[in-house]
Design a protein around this ligand. Sequence first.
Ligand code: NAP
Length: 241
Amino acid sequence: MRVLLLGGTTEARELAHQLIAAGHDVTSSLAGRVSAPRLPDCTVRIGGFGGADGLASYLATERIDQVVDATHPFAAQITRHAVQACERAGVPIVRLSRPSWDNRDGAASWTWVADHTEAAATVRPDARVLLTVGRLELAHYASLPNQTVIARVADLADLRVPEHWEVIESRGPFSLTHERELLASHRITTLVSKDAGGDATSAKLDAARERGVQIVMIARPALPAGLIQVSTPEELVRRLA
Ligand code: NAP
């Protein structure tokens, strides 16, 4: 099958390899946000499609048989557009998404919030904060009072943050030892995170629990109704077969 794989995640790269191994003709699509992305070993296109209409035309022009949405759980717009485009073009779509962190030890005691505005409002003025929310969302936290804020980002390109913040450029996966050290050396008292799920960045949650660090967790956006979702690349490849 000719498969359009909407990517930008570790799982999408892994899935691309598995789909190729299963004999599919895969084009992987990236938004183009990261300056030096890790690319899967297949045809790659970069940049937006121009909304749901643009994506529907692309599906027709490229004679795509199947769309696989393996974008990040918080990339809600592309998922919405993909569902609409597939409906219009009559192409099936299935989603790959890593399981939420909501079943992890201690998850019930986290401060769950709906969005970044609520997360920023939850942070106490005397907290020493570690932000692991993605660089595009940091603006929501710019109004935090003059306190210790450490922002961890995967890419420094075009990053603008308040002068007194410390920025750490680092890409996961992160080990438990690494996360323990980070929280201890900066005497972090509050960790703000999105419910990204998966193992690559989950060690921070264990390290925070051990140290009694408050975890402010932003819940995932809702998925479009009826979208079929699986949680591993293997399951997805089996489904297409
Ligand atoms: P978004 O808000 O859902 O999408 C914004 C627009 O970016 C879409 O309407 C689309 O433009 C374009 N786009 C997004 N993903 C695309 C893809 N895979 N291929 C082609 N165009 C894409 O997305 P986002 O939250 O900015 O995330 C952008 C990308 O980064 C996603 O692919 C996602 O997997 C990855 N990512 C996101 C996060 C996160 O926390 N949001 C974390 C890690 C990785 P058009 O409307 O012009 O088609």
